[in-house]
Design a protein around this ligand. Structure first.
Ligand code: NAD
Length: 470
């Protein structure tokens, strides 16, 4: 007799494990099948290890600037990479144990093995003890993604790496080439440069962080360049080969770059191959399993959440989709409509939610832009964190808040307020009407909202920046 569950979740990343918890909370019997490490990309080779390593680098950065706040740090300020790595590993283990105990508390069965669909309602798990067929009423595919690799480049992953390897490096390179100036590229560039690595970033597009609001990207580009990161934009790596215990790259502008290691950070690809999609008649679109707003695939009884469906490759989006899938499967119709914030954990940080200036322009939406430099704030000056700004995008006719984009100290925490404002469809007037505590960095939200209305009190009188149709 094969084991039977109401729901089988394939993958235990932030999509799968949260979806499983929600389904179990709603009364379903649930099994989660995981072939790798519990917690998926986010916990093992993504958000958590990168933030743990960045925390050490940030502390080092702050200590090096301690004298600006009148604090004398005696002796050599240095770091122990092995200790930084083992602390990061401890953080991962603690969080994995947390997920295990949450599963135990909700009687979720965690099955180790490689899962493959074998027809609707049937999943075969290849585990250490052999193969087992499990039956279920519904499957949630939460199989995630893998870092993209560039075809034809050397396959020696000790030299030409992706974030999967780089987050667990036993040693630091002397010289590092980062291919791709997106989120991973920038977080690594910031971290590695602080740790004394000579960093070159090659980005195909005319600027780094091309998906983000142009002013955020321009500001981060200046900050990284000032710290000594070599940023080459609008160029491509033409050729990559192993040389002298490292790698040698030739760029499209003819330049040669010799480094010890290369980090390829050019996006991620869905991990949807080899999971038996054909057995249920599911096809993929550029590798992604397309779903509707209920996370439902065209095949009844099969949902797909997280990176594998291509809607948004972020952990918290996957978790939200997991909840939506679990609610729909258990008879509580819900649609996925959340305003998904995006954060970059460089120091200073970047956070963003809603429409960017470029997206508004492309859609010909008439907007007015408000912005406020964080450095003008009392709190920013007091704590010595004056870099950055907050930018508000306002629909000029309806007054609707369309987007908020920030660069500065702790803005990845501040984005929660901005996300709530967008989620609840506040007007920019309502954002401006909120009372913000003084002194806080959040005061910049009020000032930027007021600036988009031409009413900021802590800026000299100026014309509202208007973009789009008159
Ligand atoms: P990304 O899509 O953010 O950036 C990839 C960059 O590489 C882009 O700027 C692109 O123009 C560039 N690029 C592509 N091909 C290139 C080439 N051949 N040469 C030079 N540049 C090239 O992808 P990523 O940084 O690899 O991150 C992967 C995913 O993980 C993203 O979806 C990202 O959102 C997610 N992620 C999120 C966080 C976070 O939320 N803090 C952190 C890391 C990663």
């Amino acid at each position: 007799m094969s084991r039977h569950f109401d729901i089988v979740v394939i993958g235990s990343g932030p999509g799968g494990y949260v979806g499983a918890l929600k389904a179990a909370q709603l009364g379903a019997s649930v099994a989660v099948i995981e072939r790798g490490c519990l917690g998926g990309t986010c916990l093992n080779v993504g958000c958590i290890p990168s933030k743990a390593l960045l925390a050490s680098a940030h502390l080092l950065h702050q200590i090096r600037h301690a004298s600006e706040l009148g604090v004398t740090v005696g002796g050599d300020v240095s770091f122990d990479w092995a200790k930084i790595q083992s602390r990061k590993d401890r953080v991962i283990r603690m969080l994995q144990n947390g997920v295990k105990s949450l599963f135990a508390g909700r009687k979720i069965e965690l099955i180790a093995g490689d899962a493959k669909l074998a027809g609707v309602g049937r999943v075969v798990v290849e585990g250490k003890a052999g193969a087992e067929e499990i039956t279920c009423n519904n499957v949630i595919l939460a199989v995630g993604s893998r870092p993209a690799r560039i075809p034809g480049w050397p396959e020696d992953s000790s030299i030409v790496c992706t974030s999967d390897e780089a987050l667990h490096w036993k040693t630091l390179p002397g010289k590092l080439l980062i291919v791709g100036g997106g989120i991973i590229g920038c977080e690594f560039a910031c971290m590695m440069q602080t740790l004394g690595v000579e960093v070159t970033v090659v980005e195909l597009m005319p600027r780094i962080l091309p998906e983000l609001d142009c002013h955020l990207a321009e500001a981060m580009q200046k900050i990284l360049a000032k710290r000594g990161v070599k940023l080459l934009t609008g160029v491509k790596v033409q050729e990559m080969k192993l040389a002298d215990a490292g790698a040698q790259a030739v760029l499209s502008d003819g330049q040669g770059v010799s480094v010890d290691r290369v980090l390829v950070a050019v996006g991620r690809r869905p991990a949807t191959e080899g999971i038996g999609l054909e057995s249920v008649g599911l096809t993929v679109d550029r590798g992604f399993i397309r779903v509707d707003d209920h996370m439902q695939t065209p095949v009844k009884g099969v949902s797909c959440i997280g990176d594998a469906n291509g809607r948004c490759l972020l952990a918290h989006a996957a978790s939200e989709q997991g909840v939506v899938a679990a609610m729909n499967i258990t008879g509580k119709p819900t649609v996925y409509h959340a305003a998904i914030p995006s954060c970059v954990y460089t120091f200073p940080e970047i956070s963003s939610v809603g429409m960017t200036q470029e997206q508004a322009q492309a859609k010909k939406i008439p907007v007015s832009i408000g912005s406020f430099p964080i450095g003008y704030l009392g709190k920013a000056m007091a704590v010595g964190e004056t870099e950055g700004f907050v930018k508000v995008i306002r629909h000029r006719e309806s007054g609707e808040l369309l987007g908020i984009h920030m660069l500065g100290h702790n803005v990845t925490e501040l984005i929660a307020a901005a996300g709530a404002m967008l989620h609840h469809k506040l007007s920019v007037r309502e954002v401006a009407d909120v009372v913000y505590a003084h002194p806080t960095i959040s005061e910049s939200l009020k000032e930027a909202a007021e600036d988009s209305l031409g009413e900021a009190l802590h800026l000299p009188p100026r014309k509202v920046i208007r973009i789009g149709a008159q």
